[in-house]
Design a protein around this ligand. Sequence first.
Ligand code: AMP
Ligand code: MG
Length: 348
Amino acid sequence: MLNRRNFMKLGLGACLLPAVGVSRAEAVVSEEMYVFGTLVGVDVLSRNTDAARAAIADVSHRFTQQNRDWHAWKPGALGDLNRALAAGRTHEAAPDLLPLLHQARELARASGGLFNPAIGRLVGLWGFHHDTLPVGAPPHAAAVAELVAAAPSMDDLVFGGRRVGSRNPHVQIDLGGHAKGVALNQALDRLAALGHGNALVNLGGNLAVSGSHGDRPWHIGIRHPQGEGAIASLAVSGRMAVVTSGTYERYRQDGDKRYPHIIDPRSGQPAMHVVSATVLHPDAARADVAATALVVAGSTAWPEVARKLGVNDVMIVDEAGRVQLTPGMAARVHFAEPPASVKTVEIA
Ligand code: AMP
Ligand code: MG
């Protein structure tokens, strides 16, 4: 069973189950930090505690740098680029930002525009470019309609080597739906390069593992989108990511109405019906993008979007607590409590 107290203490959407089955010489070295606006946990299975701690410190340092360079609204490399694009200027993108922009453009296309990191202005208009959650009435319909009509897209970007411009001054890039996945991939790569091929990185419930937890897989929980603790658990090993997007994570509260932070670029309105989408895929960046896109796609269109994004293992929970799963996911997850309903859905 999931260690609920630890889970609650961490406030994470996924967590480690109690350690068993590790050979005596090996131990899990764990560190926690606060970065990307969330609690981050890194666990490394190692015989050398000092080396593991040094590797985690290295990764932690990189997280801090990535958070600054890729931040959607605070000063940094992405902020500099966004300012230039808004002013109609080209800008030399920071070296660690450029590959994200290219990848985000490819994945945005593959998602049919449901994942659209060029809608930063809409995200900001709904009040999500602050550390604190927004409260009160939604933005004026006319302001939303104007930004939807401007149709900012990653395809508006013009790349000339490292210089980036935009044909559309309404483009404002927000990598909030993608950057954590990239950071997860880079963290596991870095840990492996430092000799730690058995690791688990948890960025606020977005999680990626490499190798194993000794003689057993890593056991993880998927946060319940509507309740406490975990809705389900699963075992993962090798290189694998389990990323969850949830409308419960950040939202605008207006009386008893909640407007979630994931915005449908077609309407400019928050995506309300899918409350969480979990994607299992070896590439954490793709999983991250897919999870966001599937929340936007909704409870009927998600299989088609998953197919286009090349993800096969998916779990969707809707506002009524109904669960839909692909066969691959159904074979792996164990539910803590039986959900309101469970349906297996083929993607292709
Ligand atoms: P995630 O938690 O990965 O689902 O990412 C959600 C974040 O991505 C939001 O807080 C926004 O910063 C950003 N975002 C919101 N809607 C979209 C969208 N349709 N496409 C891409 N990014 C989005
Ligand atoms: Mg995402």
